[in-house]
Design a protein around this ligand. Structure first.
Ligand SMILES: *[C@@H]1O[C@H](CO)[C@@H](O)[C@H](O)[C@H]1NC(C)=O
Ligand SMILES: *[C@@H]1O[C@H](CO)[C@@H](O)[C@H](O)[C@H]1NC(C)=O
Ligand SMILES: *[C@@H]1O[C@H](CO)[C@@H](O)[C@H](O)[C@H]1NC(C)=O
Ligand SMILES: *[C@@H]1O[C@H](CO)[C@@H](O)[C@H](O)[C@H]1NC(C)=O
Ligand SMILES: *[C@@H]1O[C@H](CO)[C@@H](O)[C@H](O)[C@H]1NC(C)=O
Ligand SMILES: *[C@@H]1O[C@H](CO)[C@@H](O)[C@H](O)[C@H]1NC(C)=O
Ligand SMILES: *[C@@H]1O[C@H](CO)[C@@H](O)[C@H](O)[C@H]1NC(C)=O
Ligand SMILES: *[C@@H]1O[C@H](CO)[C@@H](O)[C@H](O)[C@H]1NC(C)=O
Ligand SMILES: *[C@@H]1O[C@H](CO)[C@@H](O)[C@H](O)[C@H]1NC(C)=O
Length: 642
């Protein structure tokens, strides 16, 4: 960034300017921090005449109507069911109000900033301008300085800033302020102690969803009686009553998201297809690369290949000939976060990322493999169904960060997009089996408070937990919650309120099966979002990895399998000229009969047995596993046409 580097170049010659006189009346602090993030020290010597690019992110309009607007097109009893919005209609509906734009412009005018310097970006809901540091200090009543990271990286920041009280309600946040925008190194060990850069989710061990590798597969069982030992495409078809040949093909779309350096191995896809899906030998997903996303095959091994191989082998195997898109997100150096993916499919979401947590593009690093192209912003359209087998712990970022992202899933639902997230693989615990220290709130190996996973706790995604065919049972017997190597993520959010659509089901759960834990262990107010919503098999998946077959376990498998089943339901609807299913939770909670209720097993973690799968909805397996035949019939009765 040119402006910033000239700022540093002049730093040595700067004389500290006097702190401007402050009128403290009618100001409201927008953000402040009590201590610096680890690894940073204040260096001093900032040239206050240097210019910085300033971005004022305006508050979006109509957000308080989110639930109402989404339910209007997703509730099967609404007269507007299926009447999804276009991307532009959604962007306009939530664009900041004229009042917000005018208030901020008026504030800048009063601060003697010439109006030709100020640019309003309608699509992104922000106001941008270049200002000298001295001007910015005056505007925000803040003191800026240079901060240095242990790596030598420099950053201009302040520790607190305020705006006039009349402006506060029109602005979300302003940069540069407290947000340190120098990426941590890609294997930053800080991530292990608690706060983790969300952009690291592609690095082995950073997602709360982590497929477990089991035994090598010596020989593949072909008899359905053996599905409790090995899960194959045919086992899933038998379990979930999938007997369906897609008909609309290219009109349909199914997207799988992977975060670099996670990558699929082409020869592994074919090894899998040769044994299980001969019609797809040679088939490759359509690659959509965001922010330098590459299918790297330089680093191989289970930790780099299992997620992508598993997702794509099963998704392609189940939905072919419906096309599968691979969204490969982030470069080899910095990786990417959920927000970088969302930027890629929605230009109106770009611009509000948090540089502390999200990937920054063009990548400021000069290391080999850093992506120097522009940030992807609305580059590709979202597919009708999207499956994402990565997650973070709610406790690892801030509620504001999660709420902004959750609103984006609401907007995708309004456009008819169905988003599946795996619910986590550690039961009621988080990544690495850690839980929250109830006193400090830190994520710790000694923690005891349950650790909900995000984005599963966002009410506007469909969260998928894991089941298993119990030992010595068959595909014709009821499944139980997965209790082999991994435990289905589930519980109650510490951030998001309970959505209307699940209130009846969750109230019944608490009434009939009140769990034996206290408010110290989880939010038991019965007022927060419960997850997962549904579940699907997550045990013993026969998966081709680096030239051999192994058994794999995880909600990593459950999410793409659920996504595949609902992609086939979209096929049936599209064939009749109907709209895709969009946000499905309101339909499912009103029609639990179309799912197989799971009533065995639990999701241990944090030194407890966790929650227990019981009749009806539960925070282990949700409403249950899909029954394709029943779900197809159900969704075909919801007759809104395109
Ligand atoms: C700020 O300055 C840079 C050049 O240094 C320019 O590219 C950019 O358009 C300016 N931004 C605004 C909002 O004027
Ligand atoms: C996969 O199929 C091939 C023949 O197509 C067979 O030789 C091989 O043994 C099978 N793999 C396993 C693990 O059964
Ligand atoms: C099923 O598994 C048993 C071992 O548990 C094996 O002996 C048998 O051959 C398998 N059957 C088929 C058809 O794969
Ligand atoms: C893989 O490594 C080779 C040789 O070091 C390098 O030229 C290439 O750019 C790398 N590719 C990727 C995708 O990392
Ligand atoms: C990358 O290279 C440019 C040009 O050589 C240099 O100005 C910049 O400081 C380098 N950035 C880092 C993070 O090393
Ligand atoms: C966890 O507890 C052990 C034993 O009491 C202690 O040695 C360790 O420092 C604790 N670790 C953390 C991160 O609190
Ligand atoms: C499954 O069946 C085998 C053989 O009949 C028996 O040895 C084993 O104990 C059974 N396992 C369970 C969990 O019931
Ligand atoms: C639990 O959630 C409710 C509703 O959001 C909230 O009022 C309450 O403070 C939360 N309890 C705890 C212990 O965080
Ligand atoms: C596959 O497994 C066999 C036998 O376990 C082993 O000899 C071979 O090296 C493995 N192949 C690869 C590519 O790892």
């Amino acid at each position: 960034m040119r402006v910033l580097s000239s700022l540093f170049a002049l730093a040595l010659f700067a004389t500290a300017s006097a702190v401007p006189a402050r009128q403290s009346s009618h100001r409201a602090v927008l953000e402040s921090r009590h201590h610096l993030p680890a690894g940073w020290t204040k260096r001093g010597g900032l040239n206050k005449r240097g210019e910085v690019p300033v971005r004022i992110n305006l508050r979006q309009n109509n957000l308080e109507r989110s639930e109402e607007l989404l339910m209007d097109v997703s509730d099967p009893e609404s007269p507007n069911y299926g009447k999804h919005y276009t991307a532009k209609q959604v962007a306009d509906l939530f664009a900041p109000s004229k009042e917000s734009v005018e208030t901020v412009k008026g504030w800048l005018r009063e601060a003697s900033v010439a109006s030709h310097r100020v640019k309003y970006n309608h699509g992104q809901g922000s106001v941008t301008l270049n200002m000298t540091v001295a001007e910015l200090e005056e505007l925000l009543h803040a003191e800026y300085d240079i901060y240095e990271h242990d790596t030598g990286a420099l950053h201009v920041a302040c520790e607190s800033y305020s705006v006039p009280a009349t402006v506060k309600h029109h602005v979300d946040f302003i940069t540069p302020t407290l947000h340190f925008n120098v990426p941590l190194s890609k294997r930053d060990e800080n991530a292990h102690s608690g706060a983790s850069k969300a952009a690291l989710i592609g690095q082995p061990g950073h997602s709360a969803v982590q497929p477990h590798q089991g035994a090598a597969v010596e020989s593949i069982f072909t008899d359905l009686r053996n599905c409790s030992k090995q899960t194959t495409l045919d086992c899933l078809r038998a379990l979930y009553k999938i007997d369906y040949e897609p008909v609309v093909k290219d009109k349909n779309s199914y997207g799988i998201v992977e975060y670099t350096p996670q990558a699929y191995v082409p020869s592994d896809l074919d090894l899998f297809f040769k044994n299980f899906s001969r019609g797809t030998i040679g088939y490759r997903p359509k690659l959509v690369s965001f922010d330098g996303g590459v299918v790297q095959n330089n680093q191989t091994g289970f930790d780099f290949n299992v997620e992508s191989n598993l997702d794509l082998q099963y998704a392609i195997g189940l939905v072919h000939p419906a096309p599968v898109t691979l969204y490969q997100v982030g470069d080899l150096v910095e990786g990417a976060s959920f927000n970088n993916f969302l930027d890629g499919i929605d230009s109106s979401y770009c611009g509000g990322d948090d540089p502390n947590l999200d990937g920054i593009y063009p990548d400021p690093s000069n290391a080999t493999g850093s992506y120097k192209g522009p940030e992807d912003c609305g580059t590709a359209k979202p597919t009708y169904v999207i499956s994402i087998s990565y997650s973070i712990n709610e406790a690892e970022t801030t509620p504001a960060y999660e709420e902004r992202q959750c609103n984006e899933y609401m907007k995708l639902g309004m456009q008819g997009v169905t988003v599946f997230y795996s619910s986590g693989d550690h039961g009621v615990a988080g990544r690495r089996g850690y839980c929250i220290d109830p006193v400090t709130g830190a994520f710790s190996p000694n923690g005891t408070r349950f650790t909900p996973s995000f984005p599963s706790t966002c009410p506007w995604v469909t969260s998928v937990g894991a089941t298993q065919i119990n030992p010595n049972s068959t595909v014709f017997d009821p499944e139980g919650a997965c209790e082999q190597f991994i435990y289905s993520g589930g519980g109650f959010s510490d951030v998001f309120p309970m959505p209307e659509y699940q209130k009846t089901a969750v109230a019944k759960y608490f009434k009939d099966y009140n769990p034996p834990y206290t408010a110290k262990q989880y939010n038991n107010s019965q007022m927060t979002r419960g997850f997962p919503d549904i579940s699907a098999n997550g045990a013993n998946y026969v998966t081709a990895i680096d030239g051999n077959f192994s058994l794999v376990y995880g909600t990593s498998a459950s999410s793409p399998v659920a996504g595949s089943i609902f992609t086939l339901i979209n096929d049936a609807r599209l064939a009749l000229g109907l709209r895709p299913i969009g946000f499905i939770n309101p339909v499912l909670y009103k029609n639990a009969w179309a799912l197989n209720d799971i009533t065995m097993g639990g999701n241990q973690g944090c030194g407890t047995p966790g929650f227990t799968a019981v009749p009806g909805w539960d925070p282990v397996t949700g409403l249950g596993t899909p029954n394709f035949e029943k779900l197809r019939d159900l969704f075909l009765t919801l007759l809104f046409s395109a």
